[in-house]
Design a binder for this molecule. Structure first.
Ligand code: BES
Ligand code: MN
Ligand code: ZN
Length: 484
């Protein structure tokens, strides 16, 4: 059950407190539980009610409680349940009377929180270690109006589909580099296509050569592993409707290339395909949810390695757009593969393009781990994304993309250079991408700080967060409403 801060007046809670001899009131008076956000209290019943234990979750001040707080409360509950290894659970969170929310919305939020927090990545843990994880038993979500049962069930099904997408993204990001080659990602995309009926096409190196994708191929040439370009197309609206294009950085491992990264934490650079994972996860979820939109997802998949065949600092590459790029730092590889992917996606004549990328360490300096940076060339699109961020809980913060920043990436020998110096590293990276959007309505999401957590999160264990999927699905759900 959820409890608003200092307000133990919720009818269901009062009723329960009476049944268990005022134990909740006692705990409150003893200062053991006040309903502050994220507080937990476990009480033991002794036969007065069918349950053996009661888990109370603090929600914070009543006026501030929204769907996100409800999702978090559910996730916290899931964490407690896992620890205690309890069997069957009845969750009363949806019963809370939150302002401006419908019961299906609350049921969906609670289901989402429970499911996200139940995630784990234990594929590589054998024997005792694997068994050490707690499970959550059967979970019931309580509602009190039987007429709302069908809508509540639909909301649960929706949450299950959404979390499938998030789980796919998390799994792909958590997968180690030795397993996760570009062709592994392509196989994963093909299984999304097999399950949902979305179209999948994968360009190999030769096909990309024919397209002139030399920026992408330049990054890939230091690795033994063949690069590829993954294209998924989902048709949820009428065939003529211009699609929303989603482009995700798919660097399966970023060693930095010849501009080699320091050894410390280099292992985390297996997460450098989190943008691509978000695109695959979003297409999966969108198709399962049957969203009424057309989508095209593009993932440039490469590995950035140092070797005798790798590109060097000082090299000049001719991108698919024809613009030449002076490579001053081979570790600024993401923008180069995205450049060609952004040019490629133009042939689908999208109504708008959103790219996601773990693009800059500077983004972590600017925003830390609590917000994704958003930049773009269209205020309406950025505004809609910011709103989707608030609603979904995957929050964004906008950085400016004024023309002034482009000076930093002017090259003396080529059209542009791939680094803009230390000031505003996230912005100059976006300014670089902007040169390849050719006037399309476009937004860029830098997820470097939000794709990976080295400590457990409310919504799951340490490691991949699956960032982007919940945000984009929320954005896509709002999209038809914004159109004339
Ligand atoms: N993948 C990294 C950015 C990154 C760093 C993501 C830390 C997540 C955590 C990217 O390819 C990179 O190396 N960027 C460089 C750019 C620089 C050379 C201009 C960076 O941020 O240092
Ligand atoms: Mn890099
Ligand atoms: Zn990178």
């Amino acid at each position: 059950m959820g409890v608003f801060e200092k307000k133990f007046s919720e009818p269901h809670l009062k009723e329960l407190d009476q049944l268990i001899d005022g134990a909740i009131g006692k705990a409150r008076r003893a200062g053991e539980f006040s309903g502050k956000a994220n507080e937990c209290l476990i009480l033991h019943a002794s036969g007065e009610i069918p349950a053996q234990r009661i888990l109370l979750i603090g929600l914070g001040p009543r006026r501030q409680v929204n769907l996100e707080q409800l999702r978090k409360a559910a996730a916290l509950a899931a964490g407690q349940l896992k620890k205690l290894r309890l069997g069957t659970v009845a969750c009363a969170l949806p019963l809370l009377d939150l302002q401006r929310t419908s019961l299906p919305a609350r049921v969906g939020a609670v289901a989402e929180g429970l499911l996200l927090a139940s995630y784990r990545f234990d594929r590589y843990q054998t024997g005792e270690k694997a068994k050490a994880h707690g499970h959550i038993g059967k979970t019931f979500l309580l509602i009190d109006k039987p007429v709302e049962k069908a809508a509540a069930e639909a909301a649960i099904a929706g949450a299950v589909s959404l979390v499938r997408g998030v789980t796919l993204a998390r799994d792909l990001v958590n997968e180690p580099g030795n397993v996760k080659s570009p062709s592994f990602l392509a196989d994963q995309a093909r299984s999304v296509a097999d399950e949902t009926g979305v179209k999948c096409r994968v360009l190999d190196r030769v096909e990309m050569q024919e397209e002139g994708m030399n920026a992408l191929l330049g990054v890939a040439q230091g690795s033994e592993r063949e690069p590829c370009l993954i294209i998924l197309e989902y048709e949820g609206a009428a065939p003529g409707n211009p699609p929303v294009a989603l482009v995700g950085k798919g660097v399966v491992f970023d060693a930095g290339g010849i501009s080699l990264k320091p050894a410390e934490k280099m292992d985390e650079m297996k997460m450098d395909m989190a943008g691509g994972a978000a695109v695959l996860g979003t297409l999966l979820a969108a198709a399962l949810l049957k969203l009424p939109v057309n989508l095209v997802g593009v993932v440039p998949a490469v590995e950035n390695m140092p070797s005798g065949s790798a590109i060097r600092p000082g090299d000049i590459l001719t991108s698919m757009s024809g613009q030449t790029i002076e490579v001053l730092n081979t570790d600024a590889e993401g923008r180069m593969i995205l450049a060609d992917a952004l040019t490629y996606v133009e042939r689908f004549e999208p109504c708008l393009t959103i790219d996601l990328a773990t693009l800059t360490g500077a983004c972590i300096i600017a925003l830390g781990h609590h917000a994704t940076a958003v930049l773009g060339n269209d205020d309406k699109l950025v505004g809609a994304l910011l709103k989707a961020g608030e609603t979904s809980g995957e929050r964004l913060w906008q950085l400016p993309l004024w023309d002034d920043y482009s000076e930093q990436i002017e090259s003396t020998v080529a059209d542009i250079k791939n680094v803009g110096g230390r000031p505003a590293g996230t912005i100059t990276a976006a300014a670089f991408l902007k040169k390849f959007t050719d006037g399309t309505t476009w937004a860029h999401l830098d997820i470097a700080g939000t794709a990976w957590r080295d400590k457990p999160q409310v919504y799951g264990p340490a490691g991949a967060t699956g960032i982007g999927v919940r945000l984009l699905i929320e954005f896509l759900k709002q999209l038809p409403e914004r159109r004339p």
